[in-house]
Design a protein around this ligand. Structure first.
Ligand SMILES: Cc1cc2nc3c(=O)[nH]c(=O)nc-3n(C[C@H](O)[C@H](O)[C@H](O)COP(=O)(O)O)c2cc1C
Length: 200
């Protein structure tokens, strides 16, 4: 079974993360999940996903909220350094950070590795595996743009949360799926992606 790391940070757009996890769970994949402290706040604020202070309960709370089988996900604490995602020996090939805050993006660009999200990204980079970032901020400062350029030059997929409207999107969910479809494309996973010039 393919294994994918999905990290959620405290940028706006938690809906992209919750939808991505639900869509990924339809595939033959096992998800290693990590949430930043700010992500917990934004998840509660934007999608009403309120996780308790007891971390041991969070994995089942998340699986119930998302309607995803607990057998498909493993949630790690931010300082869980003995988790597989903290080492290149895990052999995991893909990581998505969605949404990706400018803070996490900056720390990853500098190799800070102070929490498990940053460390996992650092591992993916050093192992030359696939790292997909879904940054969200507007407007973008020169600092943001320079950090993105630096990561892009390291072959990081900079898949900004900028949905297009050319499929005739009518609902918020279809705009969210626009981005989720592109993430699935970059993970080389087939879903129900709408294709330009192919009648959808
Ligand atoms: C409701 C809410 C929305 C936010 N939206 C953004 C955003 O779109 N982009 C961003 O970079 N930070 C945003 N922030 C600020 C980040 O959460 C903050 O910089 C935090 O330190 C990021 O930490 P993390 O990278 O560890 O998740 C938002 C915060 C809140 C509470």
């Amino acid at each position: 079974m393919r294994e994918i790391i999905v990290a959620i940070t405290g940028a706006s757009g938690s809906q992209y993360a919750t939808r991505l996890i639900q869509r990924l769970a339809e595939h033959d994949v096992y998800l290693h999940l990590i949430l930043s402290d700010a992500a917990r706040i934004v998840l509660a604020h934007e999608v009403g996903c309120v996780l308790s202070d007891d971390h041991r309960k969070n994995e089942s709370e998340l699986s119930v909220f998302l309607g995803v089988s607990p057998s498909k996900i493993k949630l790690y604490a931010l300082k869980e350094w003995f988790s597989p995602v903290a080492s290149g020996s895990s052999g995991i090939d893909d990581m998505v950070i969605v949404p990706c805050s400018m803070g996490s993006l900056a720390r990853i660009a500098c190799g800070m590795s102070e929490n498990l999200i940053e460390r996992s990204a650092d591992v993916i980079l050093k192992e030359k595996k696939r790292l997909i970032l879904v940054p969200r901020e507007t407007p973008l400062s020169s600092i943001h743009l320079e950090n993105m350029l630096k990561l892009s030059r390291m072959n990081v997929h900079m898949l900004a949360a900028m949905p297009g409207f050319y499929h005739g999107e009518k609902t918020v969910l279809s705009l969210i799926d626009f981005i989720v479809d592109r993430i699935l494309d970059h993970l080389k996973l087939d879903g129900q992606q709408r294709r330009w010039g192919k009648g959808s």
